[in-house]
Design a protein around this ligand. Structure first.
Ligand code: SF4
Length: 218
């Protein structure tokens, strides 16, 4: 990992990227956006129609809802970094393919390394699968777990919550507890003696019905 890496450098590489077939159908790549010193990174699945048109993440209806959710935590959009596991729109908003997740993996890894957030919030099962490949989101959403040098919280995708009212109170509860969890993360990360688990290897598709294993709090 070059020490001179930057979000701008990564964004310029993403804009010209042809590593997977999604580059053929994209209008604009969506590298992600937010402050380089963000304490919280929100990672979704992939750009949708509006994101593909504008080259920015979460700008459609789900993006408006995400801003409402952030407000529940006393946060503004500009306080956090927002991006996706794949930077180009899958046609017709289909799920990302394993080879597309694999091809795009290094960009997100570099963005995480540059930002070095205290908390990563995964939005939806593809993002969750990067850190907890065998987990079910319904089982672990809202729970903060230590992964390497930071903490990860899995949450439902805002778009899924908009389409399924069952998820609405759950995702609101999960966002509302973010300030408290951030305080905990700050405190725990300040301790140098805390044991940690290694960062996971590259992403694999998330099986829907497997149960989580090797999970632990903090
Ligand atoms: S999805 Fe990622 S790997 Fe594929 S073309 Fe876009 S930036 Fe490159």
């Amino acid at each position: 990992m070059p020490t001179s890496d930057s979000l701008d450098q990564i964004a310029s590489e993403v804009a010209a990227c042809t590593r997977c077939a999604l580059h053929k159908t994209r209008t604009r790549a969506v590298p992600g956006e937010g402050p380089q010193n963000a304490e919280i990174m929100l990672i979704g699945e992939g750009p949708g129609f509006n994101e593909d048109q504008q080259g920015r993440p979460f700008v459609g209806q789900a993006g408006q809802f995400l801003e409402q959710l952030l407000a529940l935590a006393g946060l503004k959009r500009s306080d956090v970094w927002i991006g996706n596991v794949v930077k180009c729109r899958p046609p017709n908003n289909r799920d990302p393919m394993p080879e597309e997740l694999q091809a795009c993996h290094a960009y997100l890894e570099r963005q995480i390394a540059v930002i070095n957030p205290k908390i990563i919030v995964t939005l939806g099962r593809f993002s969750m699968g990067k850190f907890f490949p065998t987990a079910r989101i319904s089982a672990i959403h809202g729970q903060m777990r230590r992964v390497g040098d930071r903490f990860v919280i899995a949450m439902f995708h805002p778009a899924a919550a908009l389409h399924n009212p069952t998820y609405l109170p759950l995702i609101k509860q999960d966002f509302a507890q973010l300030p408290q969890l951030l305080e905990t993360a700050r405190r725990e990360l300040a301790k140098t003696s805390l044991p940690s688990t290694p960062e996971p290897s590259p992403p694999t598709p998330t099986p829907k019905d497997e149960t989580p294993k090797q999970m632990r709090l903090f």
